[in-house]
Design a binder for this molecule. Structure first.
Ligand SMILES: Cc1cc2nc3c(=O)[nH]c(=O)nc-3n(C[C@H](O)[C@H](O)[C@H](O)COP(=O)(O)O)c2cc1C
Length: 320
């Protein structure tokens, strides 16, 4: 049997394969190109870009936890101007992967300004809004935990761009479907989920928190079941909206689990730190998985989780 066609469609965005890399774990793409040909990826997602350069949070800002890592990098990045001048030329030369620029703002106006500045750059295929950022106009509440703020932000940004617009959802909410509905209703073309889960680690000897900002974002295998649950919930609520699954994806089987729960593509994050070639190995493994099962495309897995009939009408199975 012929090799499966691994290209996938996210609405109007066609990817050569469904394996993307997650923002903040892959620099600006160039760094990893020294290790392998990043042209093989489905898409490169940049570190979050802000209007002004950001030095990030004080150290220590990373701590390894069982099956995961806690980070509080603080959105360190070169800022919009240097991004355009120094980082975009490399991304422009890529052949194959879509280029997605992840954006972080402190106000609706700041996001709109970022989007407007990038609109004319044709090498950028899509924008991913990191909405897990504090809104400084509203006492620092994160955009992505409030459906009204989410809606307002996406609506404003939608007016400023014709590029493929992805809202990256925060898992630190009670109802992920409610936020997803707000983002999609306001004009997002796709949703990526999840960002990191808020966590804390403390040293029982020194009684000090393990990272300088006390709390940080948890990522890695520890969060995969939460991410799968959220992808599944959002896919059930909005079956037509393209979803990108993120959270603890280290192997092809992990990626398959996300497709089964309703994701059309995946992003690989923390795994890049453990094995820089993880995205390529996941892609190879996925091809093997499809071939062994005589499946022609990853799209044949989309949302195919076999939920028992008795649970189908139940909005959420509760533990215990
Ligand atoms: C060190 C580190 C830095 C990150 N920086 C960003 C960022 O700048 N913007 C963003 O949207 N997400 C950022 N993330 C979140 C990841 O993109 C991803 O959503 C999360 O880590 C879950 O995926 P994973 O378990 O595969 O790492 C960061 C994650 C890590 C571990």
């Amino acid at each position: 049997m012929a090799v499966a066609d691994v290209s996938v469609r996210l609405g109007k965005l066609k990817l050569q394969n469904p394996v993307m890399v997650a923002s903040g774990t892959f620099g600006y793409g160039q760094e990893y190109h020294r290790l392998y040909d990043v042209n093989q990826l489905g898409a490169v997602v940049t570190k979050s870009i802000s209007l002004k350069p950001r030095p990030g949070n004080p150290a220590p800002r990373i701590y390894e936890t069982p099956s995961g890592m806690l980070n509080s990098i603080g959105l360190q990045n070169v800022g919009l101007k240097a991004f355009i001048r120094e980082k975009l030329p490399f991304l422009r030369k890529l052949k194959g992967p879509k280029v997605i620029v992840n954006l972080a703002g402190e106000s609706v106006g700041e996001y709109a300004e970022l989007v407007a500045a990038l609109e004319g750059h044709r090498e950028i295929d899509g924008l991913e809004l990191n909405i897990s950022c504090p809104n400084c106009e509203r006492g620092g509440i994160e955009f992505g935990v409030d459906p009204k703020l989410t809606e307002k932000l996406i609506r404003r940004v939608r007016q400023a761009t014709r590029k493929f617009l992805i809202a990256k959802l925060s898992p630190n909410v009670t109802s992920i479907a409610e936020i997803a509905r707000a983002a999609s209703g306001a004009g997002a073309d796709g949703l990526s989920l999840i960002n990191t889960l808020l966590g804390l680690a403390v040293d029982s000897e020194s009684w000090k928190p393990r990272i300088a900002t006390i709390t940080g974002g948890l990522s890695g295998p520890a969060i995969k079941p939460v991410a799968l649950r959220m992808v599944w919930q959002v896919h059930r609520a909005l079956p037509r909206v393209p979803l990108i699954g993120i959270g603890g994806i280290f192997t092809a089987e992990d990626a398959v689990e996300f497709f089964l729960c309703g994701a059309s593509a995946v992003q690989v994050g923390t795994a890049n730190y453990v094995n820089p070639k993880a995205p390529l190995e996941i892609l190879q493994g996925l091809k093997g998985y499809l071939k062994e099962r005589r499946l022609r495309s990853p799209e044949e897995l989309l949302g195919k989780i076999k939920a028992p009939a008795v649970l189908r009408g139940v909005p959420q199975a509760v533990a215990g």
